[in-house]
Structures are given as structure tokens and as C-alpha cells.
Design a binder for this molecule. Structure first.
Ligand SMILES: Cc1ncc(COP(=O)(O)O)c(C=O)c1O
Length: 420
């Protein structure tokens, strides 16, 4: 959707959808189309089991860029998350602790392998899992903590890692929204046991669809490769195979997607840098407005602003969040109240029905879960009362887009004061 802005200054600013695709991606795709194959994957125990030449080149480049030993491409971050659960051997009877404030795939990937997501609350400043809340949800069934690095940065990763270590749990990072953000100088997504990235059409680095799983653990990488490409059909042919039982599916990346992703990988630093510059400008200009809280970035982090998120104090702002957001939307700005409904409130979890009318895996071996409204009060407060997200900080938008947004914020607040 193209949004047109005509504010009082008569500046015409539009917010076209962001693709950042140019001649370089076109040429890379044309080369694949001219030479083939469109997919190099074969389902037998040969080198082609691991995909075509461009897929392999992309994986090598991604691993090098992120400074990680193994990168396993997937056709989405959703399927890569499933691959992570399979790689870790998590299944029926197991629990994985996830935040409720994330895209639904962070939780459904757990269900996909017959395990159950248990929701723990988030921090009110980074919007990522709160280690104190996680600690309260650990049971003898817990196998992993799935840390979602939300909106472009991670949260208290130190606390999550310490907890995981002390309770012998794996850490999966859903890093779909935070490519090349850092924590203590390391790339997020590479800090836990396994991390996943997304290249869908909304992401900073995009290839239409696509994802990648990264890990420094050779066994997890092998299991992820087997999960991606019908592993059951080759395991019997692999000499000295010791990576455990599993069956796979088709989560393979095409050569065309890999060609686009490879070019985009070369752009990600530039695209992030541009987003950060726009976000820093916005933060400078909004930080003195009473009632708005600009993003909090812990000292250990860098933020790559998948989304720019503010918090609202309605009393101090002098107007409701809903009225504030609507007034900005009417003026043509890409802004919204809240993010996604806390996941435990979705019918899937309220009714505990994932597989037709059964209650598997929720009732497996007498398992029970608390998915009642109120279990994650910080998440609910953020979603229903405080949080505002905007996409104005994306390249190729410019300083003029940021300034127009700030002008509109002042205009809306001024108009509201006049009427009260
Ligand atoms: C946090 C998070 N996890 C997972 C996904 C799923 O990514 P994909 O669309 O590549 O499957 C997304 C995509 O929106 C996401 O934002």
C-alpha cells in the first residue's frame, strides 16, 4: 500500500513498500535462470543432498559474515525454527519457554514437533524475555529457552544464558527481526546454541521468502540439514552416523532465492546503517516529548531497528494512545498501536487444539499449561496500553520522512491540547 502524506507544510512524502532490490539481484537471478539448476537439492547421500552451488555459496558467505561455523539455509525462518527444535531433539513431553510477544511462528515451531510452548513475560524496556519470569516457568519438562530478539535488538541475554547454563537448558534465538544486531560485540542469533534469521518480504534483508539456521555445533547442523531434506531416506546410507533418530521434510531453499539472498547479504550493513541513522535522528527529536518513551538500548547491545517502537504514557501525553495513533495514520504515517496479541490468547492456545480435535500435545502424559489472560502482565500492558510501532526508519526513507513524522507528532499533540 502506498501512503501519501500531505501535511500542513505541503511537503509530499510517501511511504512506498520497502524492497531495496536493484540491478544486482536482477542479474544474479538472470544468471541462475540462464544456467540452472533452479534447485540443486537431491534426496540421496551425495554432496547434492546439501543443495545447489548458489545455496552452498550463500551458506558459506552467511556463516563467514556472522562469524559462526555452520549456516543451514531454509525456505523460511518458521521452518528454520522447526529445524532448530528437531536439531535439539525436542519433542512430545517437552516444554520450551517462549515470549508471548512475538510472531506466532516462535511458538508454533515448538508445537510442530509435538512439544509445548510455555509463555513467560517480557521486560518492559527491551520487550524481550525477562530471565526472572523465565526462571519461574522452568519445570522438569523444560528443554530450551527460545529468546526472541524483538524489533531489532536482544534483551537480557546475559541473564538468559546464565539461567540456561545453570538449569542445563538449550538457548534458541529467534533472530528474524535483528540481523547483525550485536550483544557484547557478538552478532545476535549466534550467541545461543542455535539461531534463526528470516528473509521474508518485510525484513531488512529480503529474498521474498527464506531463512537460515546458524550454529557452532556440528551435530545440530547435521540434524538441521537432515530435517530440511527428507533425512530419513539418507541416514541409513551415511557411514558412522551418530546424530540420532529423526525424519525430515522439504524446507529447501531454491537457487533463485539463494542468489537474491547472497546479493542482499552484501547490502545488509548498509541497510542497517541507514536504519540506525534514521532511528537516531528520530530518537533525538522525540526524546523531549513528555509522555513518549524512546527505545531503550542496553549498553551491551546495538539495535538495527526492524521496527521503531515507542511507549506512551497517556496522562503525560494528554491524549489516548488510540487517538494519537489514529491522528498520525490519518496523516499518512505507517504507525500502529501495539504489536501482536499476546500469543496465549489465540484460540490455538485457549482451546488447546493444534491437531484437529485432539488436545495433543497439550495433554500428552498429563501435561497442563496456564494460558489464562493475565499470566504475562507486562506483555498485556505493552500491547493493550503503551506500545506504538512505526516503520518510518527504513531505507530508502530519508531525514525528510523523519522530520515530517516529528512535525506531525507535534501537530497532533498541539491540536489535542487546543481541544482539551
Ligand atoms: C520474530 C519472528 N519470528 C519468526 C518469523 C517468521 O519468519 P518467516 O516469515 O521467514 O517464516 C517472523 C516473521 O515475521 C518474525 O518476525
Amino acid at each position: 500500500m502506498r501512503q501519501k502524506l500531505n501535511n500542513k507544510t505541503k511537503r509530499k512524502i510517501t511511504f512506498p513498500r520497502v524492497y531495496n532490490i536493484d540491478r544486482r539481484e536482477q542479474e544474479a537471478v538472470a544468471k541462475v535462470l540462464a544456467t540452472g539448476p533452479l534447485s540443486g537439492f537431491v534426496g540421496d547421500a551425495s554432496p547434492d543432498f546439501l543443495g545447489g552451488p548458489v545455496v552452498k555459496k550463500f551458506e558459506k558467505a552467511f556463516a563467514q559474515k556472522c562469524k559462526v561455523k555452520h549456516a543451514v539455509s531454509y525456505n523460511s525462518a518458521t521452518t528454520a525454527l522447526h529445524g532448530a527444535i528437531v536439531a535439539l531433539g525436542i519433542g512430545p513431553g517437552d516444554e520450551v519457554i517462549v515470549p508471548p510477544y512475538t510472531m506466532s511462528a516462535s511458538a508454533t515451531a515448538v508445537l510442530m514437533n509435538g512439544a509445548v510452548p510455555i509463555f513467560a513475560d517480557i521486560e518492559a524496556d527491551t520487550f524481550c524475555l525477562d530471565p526472572k519470569a523465565v526462571a519461574q516457568k522452568i519445570t522438569k519438562r523444560t528443554k530450551a529457552i527460545l529468546m526472541v530478539n524483538l524489533f531489532g535488538q536482544t534483551g537480557d541475554m546475559g541473564g538468559i544464558l546464565a539461567l540456561a547454563r545453570s538449569r542445563k537448558l538449550a538457548v534458541i534465538e529467534d533472530n528474524a527481526q535483528s540481523p547483525l544486531a550485536t550483544w557484547r560485540g557478538r552478532y545476535t542469533g549466534t550467541v545461543g546454541d542455535i539461531g534463526v534469521f528470516s528473509f521474508n518480504v518485510h525484513k531488512t534483508m529480503q529474498a521474498g521468502e527464506g531463512g537460515v539456521l546458524v550454529t557452532n555445533n556440528a551435530r545440530y547442523a547435521l540434524r538441521a540439514q537432515l530435517c530440511r531434506n527428507h533425512g530419513e531416506s539418507v541416514i541409513g546410507d551415511l557411514p558412522h552416523y551418530t546424530a540420532g533418530r529423526l525424519f525430515g521434510t522439504n524446507y529447501r531453499m531454491t537457487e533463485v532465492t539463494a542468489a537474491i539472498a547472497l546479493v542482499q547479504l552484501g547490502k545488509i550493513d548498509f541497510l542497517n546503517k541507514k536504519r540506525v541513522a534514521l532511528a537516531d535522528r528520530l530518537t533525538r527529536k522525540l526524546s523531549n516529548i513528555s509522555g513518549l518513551t524512546v527505545p531503550h538500548i542496553p549498553k551491551e547491545n546495538t539495535h538495527v531497528y526492524y521496527s521503531y517502537v515507542l511507549k506512551v504514557d497517556e496522562k503525560k501525553l494528554g491524549m489516548s494512545r488510540a487517538a494519537f495513533v489514529t491522528a498520525l495514520q490519518v496523516r499518512g504515517f505507517p504507525v500502529g498501536a501495539g504489536y501482536v496479541k499476546p500469543l496465549y490468547l489465540l484460540p490455538l492456545f485457549q482451546k488447546r487444539q493444534a491437531f484437529n480435535k485432539t488436545h495433543f500435545p497439550f495433554d500428552y502424559q498429563g501435561m497442563t499449561q496456564d494460558y489464562r489472560k493475565g499470566i504475562c502482565p507486562v506483555t498485556e500492558r505493552m500491547h493493550y496500553a503503551e506500545l506504538i510501532g512505526t516503520d518510518v526508519c527504513q531505507y530508502p526513507y530519508t531525514n525528510a520522512h523523519i522530520d515530517a513524522f516529528v512535525d506531525a507528532v507535534h501537530e497532533v499533540l498541539h491540536a489535542s491540547k487546543k481541544t482539551t
